[in-house]
Design a protein around this ligand. Structure first.
Ligand SMILES: *Cc1c(COP(=O)(O)O)cnc(C)c1O
Length: 402
């Protein structure tokens, strides 16, 4: 039988994945494993989920033919505009799905981790929408560099807990959220923001984001007369916008998959978040994946100019696909991402999140035939990053003269 890259019945993707959780969480993780498919495949859930995606989040997100960039890169480039969603990124697709799941499972309290604050805002948003109590864990470093998102979460009624352990970034926020979950396993639902965590989370998040590629399919058919591209391109932190972008094409070998991870200051610099280039197999936050770690298995700090890609691991589905060469992962450095962000801004009038700018920068490292159809996901908008763009204007070449 042909291999599939979707999760198997034991929660594994090849050698990756699983559910490595402390004993106190066994019951709630198993409850979730036993329930999630029947809930999210039910007619009632699907109706509510799709109605909210449409009327609340603003889906479908457009598929936009970027003409000037197409000319520059010598291909037919289409941008999947997740930046136009309510709250500014793809994160809302997932939080809408998980809040409905939490409700169906009778939970009364929601917790979440956040890095750049996009997932925290998306979670606080759906909690306000449904009247659910919400607490968000966020590394103290990120609280400082993503201050506006902290204020947005507070306005939305969430309690934000700065985390002072480790490097005080995303990975530490995850650990702290899991600690809280261990203390309140029965009433609390943990809304994880990416294709990470113990099974079934990576599968839940991938399914909630798969609406991205569902739409790409019919939108491409409408625009090009063909329902599949030659290339799919996305940035990868934990892997959720990438998972959503590729989900409907995962076993379709006509479609090549190229993902951009954060090289930081360079994969050899010691200041990087390039998990696929620098990681080895280990266990982080309940799942087996590539992790940046030292010889003793201590997790290494990840560095990236983008808080959303600043994680020392990567989702198990993507680890398996990269290991089996189904996808290619390119490392994009901070300076390349900044420049690509400016380029998209000036050539198409779209200021992308710095995370998404990593995907744009991947185009320079690829070569195309004139008729190649390329779909690239713009995972979020750059409003939150304007200060960082301005601070790094010197990296923008001719676009920095203003
Ligand atoms: C969170 C975030 C990412 C990274 O997360 P993935 O799970 O890898 O998608 C990328 N882009 C934006 C705009 C984000 O907010």
């Amino acid at each position: 039988m042909k291999e599939s890259f979707i999760v198997d019945k034991n929660g594994f993707y090849g050698d990756f994945g699983g559910a490595y959780v402390p004993e106190i969480l066994y019951k709630c993780v198993h409850d979730l494993q036993d329930t999630y498919l029947s809930v999210i495949e039910s007619e009632e859930f699907r109706k509510e989920y799709h109605a909210l995606l449409k009327d609340y989040a603003g889906r479908p997100s457009p598929l936009y033919h970027a003409r000037r960039m197409s000319e520059k890169y010598g291909c037919r480039l289409y941008l999947k505009r997740e930046d136009l969603n309510h709250t500014g990124s793809h994160k809302i697709n997932n939080t809408i799905g998980q809040i409905l799941l939490a409700k169906k499972m009778g939970k009364t309290r929601v917790i979440a981790e956040t890095g750049a604050g996009q997932h925290g805002v998306a979670t606080a948003t759906v909690c306000a929408l449904t009247g659910m109590e919400c607490e968000v864990f966020m590394g103290a470093t990120d609280v400082e560099r993503q201050h506006t998102n902290v204020e947005r979460m507070k306005m939305l009624g969430a309690k934000v807990h700065p985390v002072y352990t480790g490097n005080m970034t995303l990975s530490d926020a995850c650990s702290e959220a899991i600690r809280d979950w261990c203390c309140h396993p029965s009433d609390t639902f943990y809304i994880i923001g990416s294709t990470l965590g113990p099974h079934p989370y990576p599968d839940i998040v991938a399914r909630m984001q798969s609406v991205i590629s569902e739409e790409i399919k019919w939108q491409l058919q409408e625009k090009t007369g063909r329902d599949y591209p030659d290339y799919l391109v996305a940035c990868i932190g934990g892997g959720s916008n990438a998972a959503g972008t590729i989900y409907q094409y995962i076993d379709d070998e006509r479609v090549k998959i190229v993902l951009a991870e954060a090289g930081g200051q360079g994969i050899e610099s010691g200041y990087t978040a390039a998990t696929f280039h620098r990681g080895t197999v280990g266990i982080l936050h309940g799942s087996k994946m590539y992790v940046m770690q030292n010889e003793d298995g201590q997790i290494q700090e990840a560095f990236s100019i983008s808080a959303g890609l600043d994680y020392p691991g990567a989702g198990p589905m993507h680890c398996n696909m990269a290991a089996k060469k189904r996808s290619e992962v390119l490392a994009v450095n901070d300076d390349e991402a900044i420049r690509a962000g400016y380029e998209l801004t000036r050539m198409e009038g779209i200021i992308p999140a710095i995370e998404s700018a990593h995907a744009v920068a991947a185009l320079q490292k690829m070569s195309f035939k004139k008729d190649d159809i390329v779909v690239l996901t713009i995972s979020g908008r750059g409003d939150k990053d304007v200060e960082t763009y301005l601070k790094n204007k010197n990296l923008a070449g001719e676009y920095g003269n203003f």
